[in-house]
Design a protein around this ligand. Structure first.
Ligand SMILES: *Cc1c(COP(=O)(O)O)cnc(C)c1O
Length: 505
């Protein structure tokens, strides 16, 4: 392996790892009769078909699976695993989604047989340890967010958003009110308006002002008693702290609305400031972003929702609860019901508690302080080569704009992002938030060293220089990955979802 770690001072290159040789599908590797396992015959005669499972539920046709040896199977998936970039390979400066390195000890703890091997249907009497983990995690998350209680059920941030909106509805309904509108700033993450619509509410958008924050006058103009609440993230999706948050909270509460905190940016404020103290009533957390569960490949996440005391009675149930000197499952009196099967993605919850415990309160604060420091280091360093969208101190992420490069040299944000991959880094977020033209959003996270930040900055500087001297080379990138530049619009419109394993004529 010839990849040099950026910190080692060499040019990082993912080229050797991301070979361009085509990898056949597992079905193309299939050979009739080949198999990865062998069963010993036990001598016990097989039960007749239909004996254990009623025959109407049995399939008539044999399912055609690929037939490969264990050796070929392992080689196939190992090769595939080397054709991509991951946080374990190097810096992943994707904005908005906090792709930090996840300590392996969290995985080790979540893999303990006493945790991983327990059936979710096991009774509380046999799973007191698991319930204690959930109660402890809930307490820790409430401490971090400044809230009274939480549900651990939602499977991700977006699921938490929908849960929060259903809680808002239950709260207003209990007061005999039916409110129809939710306010969202124009910088919001796409899941916010999507969740509002799914939750049966109408979206009212408020613009950002020239400092990148909610325009207070515009907000006050749309507030009335039809407003169920407002969804905000703070720092917002521009990486900027909403300094008027106390005034925003007072204005929304004045008309009887609730404040929902999108906690995807919690990595910026751990142990420093709490959403509950800012006036928020409902907070979701993305444990897979802030609290070290690997994500990005569609693996399980968790989006617990914490609420102020006036919303506790509506939380989804059952919740792990301390009753006397033991733990039990208790459903709140006016619960909105379940939002996930069983108890949520339990092993993600165990990882999050492990992460919180190994850091301790002071350690969590350092996580955020370093995340903010790293983002400001990058902002300052790159402000000489790119435009900074709102040039003032940022929180954990910074948004650059390539408008000037596009106008003068025909280079777009996507060109820089694709070219960066050739330098051994994951691409940053592009074209988000929507209100910044040619946006390039960088969140280095606290896990990257000064040496890695230096290598990342040098890579950007190299690309910026190349944009002037050899713009075509940026258009051609990426040249080192298994797949080059794809037509993303076409790929989204003409999705080929299946592979036809039958021999083609
Ligand atoms: C990631 C993200 C979400 C959605 O969270 P998921 O866990 O991906 O469902 C919502 N808001 C913001 C700002 C985010 O970054």
């Amino acid at each position: 392996m010839t990849m040099t770690h950026p910190a080692a001072g060499g040019k990082a290159s993912s080229a050797p790892l991301m070979g361009r040789a085509a990898e056949p599908t597992i079905f193309e590797l299939s050979q009739p009769g080949r198999s990865s396992f062998q069963f010993r015959t036990t001598g016990v005669p097989p039960r007749p078909a239909g004996d254990l499972i009623p025959s109407e539920f049995l399939a008539d046709d044999v399912v055609e699976l690929a037939e490969v040896s264990e050796r070929d199977l392992v080689a196939h998936f190992t090769r595939l695993s080397h054709r991509q970039f991951s946080v374990d390979l190097g810096a992943y400066p994707l904005g908005s989604c906090t792709m930090k390195y996840n300590p392996k000890v969290c995985d080790t703890i979540a893999s303990l047989p006493g945790l991983a091997g327990v059936h979710p249907g096991a009774p509380a009497s046999l799973t007191q340890g698991w319930l204690e983990i959930m109660v402890s995690l809930e307490a820790a998350l409430c401490e971090v967010t400044g809230m009274a209680s939480a549900t651990l059920q939602p499977a991700a941030g977006a699921a938490g958003e929908l849960t929060g909106l259903l809680l808002m509805r239950a709260y207003h309904a209990a007061r005999g009110e039916e409110r129809r509108r939710i306010i969202i700033p124009d910088s919001a993450h796409g899941t916010n308006p999507a969740s509002v619509t799914l939750g049966g509410y109408d979206v009212t958008t408020v613009p950002s002002d020239d400092r990148g924050c909610v325009d207070l006058a515009a907000l006050k103009a749309v507030l009335d008693t039809d407003v169920a609440g407002i969804m905000l993230t703070n720092p917002n999706t521009l990486g900027l702290f909403e300094e008027d948050i106390a005034e925003i909270a007072a204005a929304v509460h004045d008309v009887g609305g609730l404040l929902y905190y999108d906690g995807a940016n919690l990595n910026a404020i751990l142990g420093v400031v709490r959403p509950g103290d800012m006036g928020f009533d409902i907070v979701h957390m993305n444990l897979h972003k802030t609290f070290a569960t690997p994500h990005g490949g569609g693996g399980p996440g968790a989006g617990p929702v914490a609420v102020s005391s006036r919303l506790t009675e509506f939380l989804p149930g059952p919740r792990a609860t301390k009753v006397g000197d033991r733990y039990d499952w208790v459903t709140p009196p006016s619960s909105i019901g379940r939002v996930h099967g069983w108890h949520g993605n339990a092993l993600v919850l165990a990882r999050a508690l492990a992460y919180i415990e190994i850091h301790g309160g002071d350690g969590l604060r350092k996580v955020s302080e370093r995340a903010v420091l790293n983002a400001n280091w990058i902002r300052q360093r790159l402000s000489t080569v790119f435009d900074v969208a709102f040039d003032r101190p940022c929180m954990h992420e910074v948004v650059l704009s390539l408008t000037t490069l596009r106008k003068d040299h025909g280079i777009k944000a996507i060109d820089v992002a694709k070219r960066l991959m050739e330098e051994g880094f994951h691409a940053p977020t592009v074209y988000f938030p929507l209100i910044v033209d040619e946006a390039l959003m960088i969140e280095p996270t606290e896990t990257e060293s000064l040496q890695t930040l230096e290598a990342l900055a040098q890579a950007f500087e190299l690309i910026a220089a190349e944009a002037l001297s050899d713009p075509d080379s940026l258009h051609a990138a990426p040249r080192t990955s298994p797949v080059g530049r794809v037509d993303e619009a076409l790929a989204a419109r003409q999705l080929i979802q299946t592979f036809d394993a039958r021999p083609q004529p």
